[in-house]
Design a protein around this ligand. Structure first.
Ligand code: IPM
Ligand code: MG
Length: 356
């Protein structure tokens, strides 16, 4: 079958890591008899440079007309230290989430046995971590109105706004994931302080009523930040609002040893977007040193979730796992004998060619 994939490589190391996923997808397509048709689109700083907009309309149209989007990274240091910049690369990502209705970001956090000693946590604490983090992605303080400055410029405000239906759909998704796992959902909020969190708790409890087999627990976000580090293997599925999820998913990702290994899926009502969780890492751009595994594993998530190609996704996951076991690692994981971005991509591609 033929699948249309929009390729949004974005900024920094985005193009290099996406190029590796492309090789791996093409190899997988050849082996399993599928055709993946890629069309490139501009987003982020690269799009601002070419068009003035961080998400040009033609990119959005391309996403809407594709079966899935593979995304690299966004962000450019030219904008980071300039609070007065009127357009920013990140606006492209936020606009894409909003326009495509990507209400949930799904980030599996699993330790690779071969990398356990790279974790900043003690081996016995990190071992066995397998968390499915689900972050609400189109609501909360990222998008709430009003947002802005007072007339005199001395006061600024953001609003954390949630409606019941926004909470229901993402908590339901968390419950669906949990049904295929340990049947435990931890809802993270700040219900002792925030009105929006109290609506989260109330709504999540009503959804729990639809899933009698699921054990739902509630945790305040400050406590959760601590427990994720202290007892990571006690969690199954986590679900939380947009900004808590942004923070906690970065925290959880390092348990595995390198954020560079971690994939994610942003799913919603239309086309889904698959992207590594790392940023644009501008210091490494063009140097062929970034870890491509997060993007390659995101491509595997795309095959699984967007196209329902389970065997094919498994083949890619296995190939990445074997590359790690073989010690074929980029510099973030092996500073003594590092392999380049493209060497790791080639290894994974070849594994698929030779084993499937
Ligand atoms: C992420 C990133 C984005 C976010 C930034 C780049 C806007 O940190 O995807 O987690 O905050 O959502
Ligand atoms: Mg983030």
């Amino acid at each position: 079958m033929e699948y249309k994939i929009a390729l949004l490589a974005g900024d920094g190391i985005g193009p290099e890591v996406v190029a590796q996923a492309l090789k791996v997808l093409n190899e997988t397509g050849n082996k399993f008899g599928h055709r993946f048709v890629f069309t490139e689109g501009l987003i982020g700083a690269a799009a601002i440079d070419h068009t003035g907009s961080p998400l040009p309309p033609e990119t959005l149209t391309l996403c809407r007309e594709s079966d899935a989007v593979l995304f690299g990274a966004i962000g450019d240091p030219r904008y980071d230290n300039d609070p007065s910049a009127r357009v920013r690369p990140e606006q492209g990502l936020l606009a894409m989430r909003r326009e495509l209705g990507l209400y949930a970001n799904v980030r599996p956090v699993r330790t690779f046995p071969a990398l356990i000693d790279k974790s900043p946590l003690k081996r016995e604490i990190a071992a066995g971590t397998d968390i499915m983090m689900i972050r609400e992605l189109t609501g909360g303080i990222y998008f709430g109105k009003p947002q802005g400055r007072s007339e005199d410029g001395n006061t600024a405000y953001d609003s954390c706004v949630y409606s019941r239906f926004e909470i229901e759909r993402v908590v339901r998704l968390a419950c669906e994931y949990a049904m295929g796992r340990q049947k435990k959902v931890t809802v993270i909020d700040k219900a002792n302080v925030l009105a929006s969190s109290r609506l989260w708790r109330e709504t999540a409890k009503s959804i729990a009523g639809e899933y009698p087999e699921i054990k739902m627990e509630f945790m305040f976000v400050d406590n959760a930040a601590m427990q994720i580090i202290q007892y990571p293997s006690s969690f199954d599925v986590l679900v939380t609002e947009n900004m808590f999820g942004d923070i906690l998913s970065d925290e959880a990702s390092v348990i595995t040893g390198s954020m560079g290994m971690m994939p994610s899926a942003s799913i919603g009502s239309a086309t889904s977007v698959f992207e590594p969780i790392h940023g644009s890492y501008p210091q490494a751009a063009g140097k062929n040193i970034a870890n491509p595994a997060g993007t390659i594993l995101s491509a595997a998530m795309m095959l699984d979730l967007a196209f329902n190609l389970k065997k094919e996704a498994e083949a890619i996951n296995e190939a990445v796992e074997r590359s790690v076991e073989a010690g074929f690692l980029t510099v973030d994981l092996d500073s003594r004998n590092p392999r380049s971005t493209s060497e790791v991509g080639d290894w994974i591609q070849k594994y698929i060619r030779n084993n499937f």
